[in-house]
Write a protein that binds this ligand. Sequence first.
Ligand code: PLP
Length: 400
Amino acid sequence: MASWDSFYRANGLRPIINVSGTMTMLGASIGVPDARNATAEIMPYFVPIHDLQAKASAVISRLTGAEAGFVTASASAGVTLSVAATMTGLDPAKVEQLPDTMGMKDEVVIQAGHMCHYGAPVEQALRLTGALVVPVGQATQAVDHQLAGAITERTAAAVYVVSHHVVEYGQIPLRAFARICHEHGVPVIVDAASEYDLSGFREAGADLVVHSGHKFLGGPTSGIVSGSRDLVRAAYLQNAGIGRGMKVGKESIFGAMAALEAWERRDHDAIRAREREALDLWLTAVDGFAGVEARIVPDHTYNPLDRLRIWIDRERLGVSPMAVVAALRDGEPSIIARDLEAELGWFQLDPCNLHEGQMEIVAERLRAALHAAQKGELTEPDPDALRNGGIAGYLNWGLG
Ligand SMILES: *Cc1c(COP(=O)(O)O)cnc(C)c1O
């Protein structure tokens, strides 16, 4: 049995193959060896945290091109601390005063189409500072005058989200968004949690950029804040305030540094080729089923990453995409597919988190599920239960 499998048996956990992407609820990503070693290496030692974070800043600067950076508990924490930075500046009394915003700028503008849910609402990460969220435009459209009109003398920051979770069209491009904000003296914070591009958002006008350490980077649970020196310093200062409850430890700081350095050295072409091999295998696996079509599609947000999109014609195959996804999920091992857009008639397979031997298991199970569908053996999941499944997982936890 493959080694990825023995871990689950030893610990009494259900074996999972993740073809859904980097999902917090599945443990984010496969930690890269350098990051795993770094977290273990530092555990026995005391380190002055400011010194360690200064070393992290140097690594972050080298990879992002920004003046400075630091590691925080998560990208979500990074966004909150970044917003707080724009409210308090380098005044420690204000840092301790939050989330009471008396005497500070206390509004944050964000396009309505960017107010997504990544496991929690993005606007809550802004409101945690005590700030008021001011939406710009409507869900599927925002234009320049609406952004300019939303900015007042109370505006502390503007937040821009780059993600497959946000509306993909009708939004103001980052360059124009940043230009308008800067004309009004408002700093721009980009939530780029899942984005492989470490330098482009700063180049497009962001003052602070937040990446996740445990997604594409394969680091420990962490967030990476980078940007102009004084704003990064003000964000770091929040660790003496609202950031205390979002504390990052030495192992995550050191692990995130190692993940960044491993990213710099990684053979990205070889990884891409390996991912392509999985996609080609799965493409072959779904071939020949009436009512099933598949195509390799690029990532929405231009990450150098392709996925297999599998369209299911409910009339011809006899089941919805969700029934196929459920069959994969409910088998042994549990295979988690990417079903964010299943209502549109497809699901996807993401190849970026595979252990040795898993792509073949996925191919076999996919064929088995489609055969079962043809024979009328798959059951249709309850759509209401699916829609509400995210919060139900929390509500049902701890019931015994
Ligand atoms: C994943 C994600 C987050 C949260 O990242 P964490 O590091 O897990 O806190 C925030 N914003 C977006 C757009 C994300 O995709």
